[in-house]
Design a protein around this ligand. Structure first.
Ligand SMILES: NC(=O)C1=CN([C@@H]2O[C@H](COP(=O)(O)OP(=O)(O)OC[C@H]3O[C@@H](n4cnc5c(N)ncnc54)[C@H](O)[C@@H]3O)[C@@H](O)[C@H]2O)[C@@H](O)CC1
Ligand SMILES: [K+]
Length: 520
């Protein structure tokens, strides 16, 4: 079983191509393996469309060659195939053009000028399925010229599209959509996933993304490093902290949750429950005195302490108590529903300065963003759990840029702050400054206020239970998403709430726990 799915940049794929050629594997052999694999995948995906009228729209580069090869194989299997080639192909793509003409005479038309694009319009109207081979990883900016015209025609046609490697018009290495781009029902990533298959908004144009094997010599994979890893259940299961059979509540970690304000008592309760359900032995909550009875009533398992309050929030005077209580714990989760003002700011700054291990979430991220230098000066271990908006404020970057390039940004902030960064999803990107891990579990049930509070608590619970900060963050994000999926099995994503998600955690954890579930 593959523990993780690796994600590669366009540059890494070009290195694979180059090294394969240096090992003596001709580009045409790679292209043919990609094309044949794509044809098999398309047939498995929808046999009816794969044996109907199939039109390949091909650029002059390698992506066009993939489409010509795949379509030739579909034609050999009985499909009624046509190809439109834009411009004059070179290299292996020219070989593919010759092979296509030889196999299906009069079924290939070459377009050299924009004025001839009407041919494409006519052919598309007659097709049941379009294979998009206009542009692949060769695109670094918005498509221009013939390619752009062809993309616009494919989009306007509304025909079902299978994209080869990536929907034309996308840039492989990020989720940005720099110009007109094809919307595919199925995208066949050649050799490996690229960031555009995972990151919004580009990932929204890929439809279902599947990987097609390309016949690289196995050794060349060792010569490139993935830019990210998509984690799965077995990988997360292997990262779970062990639960010794004779363990007691002290064995599994003591956590202080510093959270809540008037009107946001639920955030503190959801966070504490997330920590308990992620396995923490003891969870204390420090919240402003006015909400103390509510938090205590919401969660009988937590030990709740009333903190000094001003304006319905913790007051600056509560900072000393927060630090004192923190020092008796394994770690602190600070931020959910904490509010914004001098009290929360003072509390957060004092906790960061104290050096206690911290999960910093929500309003505590806001307090940190007011003085990010504090983060770099802090000497304790810190996990930051921002959503894109919070991240943008902390890193002083445009939110759209942070979202579409979150692999790079998560790693960059982890490096500059020396914290573990959880840049929340979908997908969620986690990095401790080295590898970046993506979790793709979850659904729109998580798009309700309160979800993040549960996640911050879970990460704290896993960390206190013995996971490394990176493992706690990865497993927390993965299982949080799984719990949302379980909470919506046979139920509506719109109606499932964070408390349903938190209630599904026992089953979500069970689905990743390796057997046996306990150590003796
Ligand atoms: N070894 C190989 O030959 C393999 C090729 N593969 C395929 O080859 C693709 C990469 O091939 P290429 O490097 O030729 O790249 P592409 O096929 O993505 O496109 C390159 C072409 O696009 C044009 N172009 C670049 N920027 C443009 C812009 N802004 N507007 C319009 N046109 C633009 C270039 O002039 C060039 O002709 C992969 O995506 C994949 O589909 C893979 O199947 C793996 C094996
Ligand atoms: K394409």
């Amino acid at each position: 079983m593959k523990p993780v799915l690796k994600v590669f940049t366009a540059e890494a794929i070009r290195t694979l191509d180059r090294r394969a050629a240096e090992h003596g594997v001709a580009p045409l052999l790679l292209m043919e393996s990609a094309g044949r694999g794509a044809a098999a995948e398309i047939s498995a995906w929808n046999r009816g469309l794969a044996t109907g009228r199939v039109l390949a729209v091909c650029g002059k580069g390698g992506n066009g060659g993939d489409a010509l090869s795949a379509t030739r194989w579909l034609g050999l299997a009985g499909a009624d195939v046509q190809a439109v080639v834009l411009g004059t192909p070179h290299g292996p793509t020219a070989e593919q053009e010759r092979a296509f003409r030889a196999s299906f005479p009069d079924r290939l038309v070459a377009i050299r000028r924009a004025a001839e694009l009407n041919v494409l319009r006519t052919r598309i109207a007659e097709a049941d399925l379009v294979l998009d081979g206009i542009l692949g990883i060769g695109l670094a900016q918005g498509a221009r010229g013939l390619a752009r015209g062809a993309i616009e025609i494919v989009v306007a046609s509304g025909s079902p599209v299978v994209a080869l490697d990536l929907p034309s018009g996308l840039v492989a290495d990020c989720g940005a959509v720099p110009g007109p781009a094809v919307r595919a029902e199925l995208t066949l990533a050649m050799g490996a996933l690229k960031p555009c298959h995972l990151l919004p908004p580009a990932a929204g144009l890929c439809g279902e993304a599947r990987v097609v094997d390309v016949a690289y010599p196995p050794s060349v994979w060792d010569e490139v490093s993935p830019v990210a890893h998509v984690v799965d259940a077995s990988f997360c299961g292997s990262l779970l902290p062990r639960r010794p059979r004779f363990g007691h509540k002290g064995t599994f970690g003591k956590i202080l949750v510093v959270a809540g304000a008037v009107g946001m008592a639920g955030a503190a309760a959801l966070c504490a429950e997330g920590a308990l359900r992620a396995g923490a032995g003891l969870v204390h909550v420090l919240c402003p005195e006015p909400v103390f009875p509510i938090v205590a009533a919401l969660l009988p398992e937590a030990l709740v302490h009333p903190g000094r309050a001003a304006d319905g929030m913790l007051s600056p005077e509560a900072a000393a108590e927060a630090v004192r209580r923190a020092q008796e714990m394994d770690l602190v989760v600070v931020g959910p529903g904490l509010g914004r003002g001098p009290g929360p700011k003072e509390v957060v700054h004092a906790l960061v300065a104290s050096g206690v291990p911290l999960v910093v979430d929500a309003d505590a991220l806001f307090a940190l963003a007011q003085d990010p230098s504090l983060l770099r000066a802090g000497h304790g271990e810190i996990i930051l759990t921002p959503h894109v908006g919070e991240f943008a404020r902390l890193a002083a970057v445009d939110p759209d840029e942070a979202m579409s390039d979150k692999i790079r940004w998560a790693r960059g902030m982890a490096r500059s702050s020396r914290a573990t960064v959880v840049l929340k999803g979908p997908p969620t990107a986690v990095s401790g400054g080295g590898d970046v891990y993506l979790t793709t579990t979850g659904n729109t049930a998580l798009a309700h206020g309160g979800s993040g509070d549960v996640l911050a608590g879970m990460i704290g619970g896993l960390w206190a239970g013995g996971a490394t900060p990176l493992a706690a963050a990865v497993v927390g994000a993965y299982v949080h998403g799984l719990a949302a999926e379980l909470a919506t099995a046979g139920a509506s994503e719109r109606a499932a709430l964070p408390r349903d998600v938190v209630g599904s955690l026992p089953w979500a954890f069970a689905s990743i726990e390796p057997e046996p579930r306990r150590d003796s």
